[in-house]
Design a binder for this molecule. Structure first.
Ligand code: TYM
Length: 333
């Protein structure tokens, strides 16, 4: 265990999870666990979720549902540490120290902050500004080497690296410098209604995304309505972003290259292609949905998993936190 590389990743339960979260993040995690050379921490980052207003009841349900989705997708609790962020206080404790070692300028350059704050007008929460520091803390507490995420999180990961290097330079070696890990084909699953932007759980138009828990008929409808183009041929090109996105979705699920799909559908129209894309998604998600429903109907099992996960995570996180506190000059407790 000692010399295994550490992996850390998380998803925020701020909305129901999408196919983008599944293909860009979770499906990758499942693959990495099979390598058996990593010590993996997967967290439900509920503290990140409250950077935007949440209904407490929904947040509670979603937090458990995200954990259930991790397990149902194949992240085995026996092999990985699964936990809820707010159960490990070290995350917020390190976050304060690192906030004091971060710059307004670098945080202001985060594109996600810029996009979200542009919509927020006068009432932009300060948490939206400082949240990349909390994310850096999540990662750095575990001496993480690899962070499997979608492309949209790479900028935050680079900030985590910058903060870690700055801290190491100022106070001597403390943190491992983490690397990002993206699955190229699924690094950015696009919105079905506007394939120029990423599929997002916070989108107002539900036709733009597929939820992991969407029933089959809804998936069929959403895929059949997905925006395409007038070319009428299944090609893998930036000129046909809607079709390219559907190829990426199908290719990631089936584990085949885009060219193979293009070849397979050379003589077929969009209607046939879309029908098959929908069925591929449904057969991938259906068993996951069934297991999620099972887990959600018996919270005891989930409770045992997140409690023992928090214990394991706390043990590792506190080792790093103690070092940090000592180095910055706090009196040991
Ligand atoms: P979040 O909750 O927005 O997204 C969770 C994961 O899903 C990926 N993702 C996508 N991948 C491909 N295509 C998409 N359309 C798509 N949408 C989302 C994201 O890249 C991410 O990997 N701040 C993070 C959560 C976080 C975290 C961390 C991640 C907190 N602490 C530490 C890694 C390590 C976030 O908001 O992700």
């Amino acid at each position: 265990m000692e010399n295994k590389k550490v992996i850390f990743s998380g998803i925020k339960p701020s909305g129901d999870l999408t196919l983008g979260n599944y293909l860009g993040a979770i499906k990758n995690w499942v693959k990495l666990q099979d390598d058996n050379q990593y010590d993996c921490f997967y967290c439900v980052v509920d503290m990140h979720a409250i950077t935007v207003k949440q209904t407490p009841k929904d947040l509670r349900r979603r937090t458990l549902e995200v954990l259930a989705i991790y397990i149902a997708a194949g992240i085995e609790p026996e092999k990985n540490t699964l936990f809820i962020q707010s159960h490990v206080p070290a995350h917020s404790e390190l976050s304060w120290v690192l906030t004091c070692n971060s710059y307004m300028g670098e945080l202001g350059r985060m594109t996600q902050y810029k996009d979200k704050s542009a919509k927020g007008g006068e009432s932009i929460g300060a948490g939206l500004f400082t949240y990349p520091v909390l994310m850096a803390s999540d990662i750095l507490l575990y001496q993480t080497e690899l962070v499997p995420v979608g492309k949209d999180q790479i900028q935050h990961l680079e900030l985590a690296r910058d903060i870690a290097m700055r801290f190491n330079n100022a106070y001597s070696d403390t943190f491992k410098i983490p690397e990002g890990y993206v699955n190229k084909q699924a690094s950015k699953i696009m919105d079905l209604q506007n394939p120029e932007k990423k599929m997002s759980k916070s989108d107002e138009n539900p036709n733009g995304y597929i939820l992991i828990m969407d029933p089959p008929e809804v998936i069929r409808k959403k895929i059949s309505r997905a925006v395409t183009d007038t070319v009428g041929k299944v090609n893998y090109t930036d000129d046909q972003p809607g079709i390219k996105n559907l190829i990426n979705i199908m290719g990631t699920i089936r584990g085949v290259k885009p060219e193979e799909i293009v070849e397979e559908y050379a003589d077929k129209g969009y209607a046939d292609f879309k029908k098959d894309v929908a069925e591929v998604i449904i057969s991938e998600l259906q068993p996951i949905q069934e297991r999620v429903n099972e887990l959600m109907s018996n919270k005891k099992e989930l409770e045992e998993i997140y409690k023992s996960g928090a214990q394991k995570a706390s043990y590792v996180a506190n080792k790093t936190l103690r070092k940090v506190m000592k180095k910055v000059g706090f009196i040991p407790r």
